[in-house]
Write a protein that binds this ligand. Structure first.
Ligand code: FEO
Length: 401
């Protein structure tokens, strides 16, 4: 059964959601599912903005046929060639063989990599700032390389003042009837997953996101229509403010996140004490994660949020305990910058992981190691409490407490 909703008088939502998915991109747990958004502009010309993931093919075809009301498709705009958005491009072209594919130059080669249909005769390559007139609407094309792939472009509808933002301003999570942020408590219920989506999917490319924000700042935007997650009307300023922070690696919270792993509880007991002492000093909103239990994507999102990060783990096979090493590689791979760290190492017979952790963190621009002096041998001893207090004081001073 078709399931479409109007965005504006001329634009409808054709997307669909997958609530059976456990790992988006085979990497990220999505406990609330995932939406794949596609939009249709019905003007004098008809324009489809991307398709969806193949898992939603049946629903998408029903939606497209219903929304077209017997009309042909004149254009498909490929904002982003990743298969979660363009898996059905080949099938759409079979049904609408005369349509033009509107895309960036880089996209042409990618379409050829993914599909075997004849591409060149169908393509209309657009460049930065060019427009497409469809009747009442004029669509402007703005390149957004590396947000999230190199070929990405976003589109601005000058009539309805909509930014079709590709992966930018997207989120994990299915769409459950409510399409717009003003139909839910977005800040309470959606912001965390939007942060986790951003930091994990686009987090490495802060500079490129800053460039897109600069372009977008010149537009009068009433609605943001991303390729995942809700359409944003009410929280545009807040979301842009968050994107500015995330992409400039500016913390949202002046507080402490503690990420640890612990085999027999010695390290965990030490960081529990540290957390209590920090709270006694007046540090609020402390977060703690056992990185062996919590998926790195969640911990990474909080690392982007917090100004101070404590990392505590044990030495294992003369290296860093595996789950902590994975998390550290996640931090480095996503380019998190300008954070203050405390490193706590453990090791029953040959503690060695502290230096290795420091080496990894120093790959990140703006890293400041506040303290790496605590070395636990199995369990924290009473004679080390003073050392712990010194670390607490160092963190508190750095937080201006
Ligand atoms: Fe949602 Fe980069 O694809």
């Amino acid at each position: 059964m078709q399931n479409v909703r109007k965005i504006t008088e001329d634009i409808v939502y054709l997307g669909c959601s997958d609530r059976k998915l456990s790992l988006f991109e085979s990497a990220y747990p999505v406990k609330d599912g995932m939406s794949y958004n596609s939009y249709l502009l019905k003007d004098e010309k008809t324009v489809l903005f991307d398709t969806v993931d193949k898992v939603c093919a049946e629903q998408f075809y029903e939606n497209l046929n219903y929304a077209l009301e017997g009309r042909h498709l004149d254009y498909i705009i490929v904002q982003h060639m990743e298969p979660d958005h363009c898996a059905l491009l080949g099938e759409v072209i079979k049904v609408h063989p005369d349509l033009k594919i509107v895309c960036s130059q880089k996209t042409v080669g990618m379409i050829k990599q993914f599909f075997d249909f004849e591409v060149d005769s169908r393509v209309q390559v657009v460049k930065e700032g060019e427009t497409l007139n469809t009747g009442k609407h004029e669509l402007q094309f703005l390149m957004a390389p590396m947000v999230h792939w190199p070929e990405v472009m976003v589109n601005y509808d000058k009539k309805d003042k909509i930014l079709f933002s590709a992966d930018a301003f997207g989120s994990f999570g299915a769409i459950n009837g409510n399409l717009f942020d003003d139909e839910v408590d977005w800040e309470r219920d959606c912001l965390d997953e939007a942060r986790r989506y951003y930091t994990n999917i686009v987090g490495k490319y802060g500079l490129q996101v800053q460039m897109l924000l600069k372009k977008a700042s010149g537009l009068d935007i009433k609605t943001i229509c991303p390729l995942h997650g809700l359409m944003i009307r009410k929280n545009i300023n807040l979301f842009v403010e968050k994107y500015d922070k995330w992409s400039s690696y500016t913390p949202e919270e002046d507080s402490v996140m503690i990420a640890y792993s612990s085999v027999y509880g010695g390290t965990e007991s030490a960081v529990n004490l540290l957390a209590s002492k920090l709270a006694d000093k007046g540090v609020k909103k402390i977060k703690m994660f056992d990185v062996s239990i919590t998926h790195p994507s969640f911990v990474l999102a909080e690392a982007f949020r917090y100004s101070h990060i404590v990392l505590a783990t044990t030495t294992y096979n003369s290296g860093i305990f595996e789950s902590m090493e994975t998390f550290l590689h996640t931090l480095v791979a996503h380019n998190l910058q300008n954070r203050k760290y405390v490193i706590i190492q453990n090791g029953t017979w040959a503690p060695a992981c502290g230096g290795q952790m420091k080496e990894l963190l120093e790959k990140l621009k703006g890293t400041e190691i506040l303290d790496d002096s605590i070395c636990i041998k199995s369990t924290l001893k009473n004679e080390q409490i003073e050392q712990m207090d010194n670390v607490v004081n160092t963190i508190a001073k750095s937080l201006n407490l």
